[in-house]
Design a protein around this ligand. Structure first.
Ligand code: SF4
Ligand code: SF4
Length: 77
C-alpha cells in the first residue's frame, strides 16, 4: 500500500513553515517558495504558542515535508 504522510507529534511543531516552503518549491513548476501555493498548512492556534498542521487534499504524499521537518512532527505510515 502507498505510504501516507501524517501529523504524529504536533506538540513539537515550532511553526517554522519549512514543510510548507519545501512543498511549494518541489510541487510548483516554477520551483518557487510560496506559502500561498503549498499543500500543507501551518497555523497558530488562538492565543497560544501552539500550531496546527493540516495536509490539504492536493497532497500527493511524496514525503518531502517529512524529510525536512527537523522537529519530528510529520511521519509516514
Ligand atoms: S511541521 Fe515541522 S517543518 Fe512544519 S512548521 Fe511544524 S516544525 Fe516546522
Ligand atoms: S507530502 Fe509532499 S505534497 Fe504532501 S504536503 Fe508534504 S511535500 Fe507537499
Amino acid at each position: 500500500m502507498a505510504k501516507r504522510v501524517k501529523v504524529a507529534n504536533i506538540e513539537n511543531c515550532s511553526g517554522c513553515q519549512i514543510c510548507a516552503l519545501v512543498c511549494s518549491f518541489f510541487t510548483s513548476d516554477e520551483k518557487r517558495f510560496s506559502l500561498s501555493q503549498t499543500w500543507i498548512k501551518v497555523s497558530r492556534q488562538k492565543s497560544e504558542n501552539r500550531f496546527q498542521v493540516e495536509l490539504l487534499p492536493q497532497c500527493t504524499h511524496c514525503g518531502l515535508c517529512v524529510k525536512y521537518c527537523y522537529y519530528g512532527v510529520l511521519t509516514t505510515s
